[in-house]
Design a protein around this ligand. Sequence first.
Ligand SMILES: [Fe+2]
Length: 343
Amino acid sequence: MDQFSFTEICLHQLKMSGVHEGERLIVLTQGNERLDYADAFMAAGQRLGAKMYHMRLPAVPPAGAWAVGKTGLAAMPEAVEALKAADMLIDCIFLLFSPEQMAIQAAGTRILTAVEPPELLARMLPSKALRERVEFAGHLLSKAKVMRITSPHGTDVTYKLNTYPAVTEYACTDEPGRWDHWPSGFVFTGGDDDGVDGTIVVAPGDILLPQNIYVRDPIVYTIEKGWITDIRGGLDAELVKSYMDAFDDPRGKGMSHVGWGLNPDAKWHRMVPGEFPGGMGMEPRSFYGNVMFSTGPNNELGGPNDTACHLDIPMRNCSLFLDDEPVVLDGDVVVKEMQHKRG
Ligand SMILES: [Fe+2]
């Protein structure tokens, strides 16, 4: 994407995020990564009259795995203080799950993560319609006490929902202290720490993130009182187990966020390796009618588990019920207020 077009989509983003004249914005990058993002956001912010600068952290050695929650900001408290004083942080590093992000949000700074390839940002622009659907979903989820997920492949799992808030992601953010991720379009919460029980069968065509692969043969998870007690299957199950074992942290077997996707611009089939170099899978997390469960940390929701071992697993063709009322049936959203109009 050329820099002019990149600036235009960032301008749309900042308008959707309520940026106005005189607001203090900081774009955060590290090393040589995403400097073109900083340029595009800076140009867009200046057109809106924002007071803005680019904070660039030193490069860090590449990690061997996707270890969430560890960032270069940890060693720079004065940088964290500057970010806490801003109105909005545009995070081009990926601070999610870090204590620094939590402190910055708690200080009232809103945060937008933007790390996906520009072509994907352009294809999944935030919109009022998406926001309304996701906010309705968040409202519904926040009132629910029990979530049950089933599938034709044998998934039957129950999450008790008495502890954690519902979190919305609709790809822009205009409220103090609120975080969002561009692109996105889904809703989630977490089960009670000891309140997830049952079986999840990850089926062919479902997606493992951060592995960025489509599953070829079923992976059967057994979950008891909020912890994975068994993972069985073929090659894909072996990959998951080997990945988890490498963290040498039993808390990686905890249950993380759970929810469903609502973005018709996101396509299940588009995660073709090589097509979006550098992408971290926000498109498969967001596709309309997916049901996504996750394993590992729940500190993002306020829980005690801050393990760095995290997998997100969007699944097709599932059914999801809140307090026995259907929300998603066989991979299709069935609540009118959350449906997108085809045509
Ligand atoms: Fe996740």
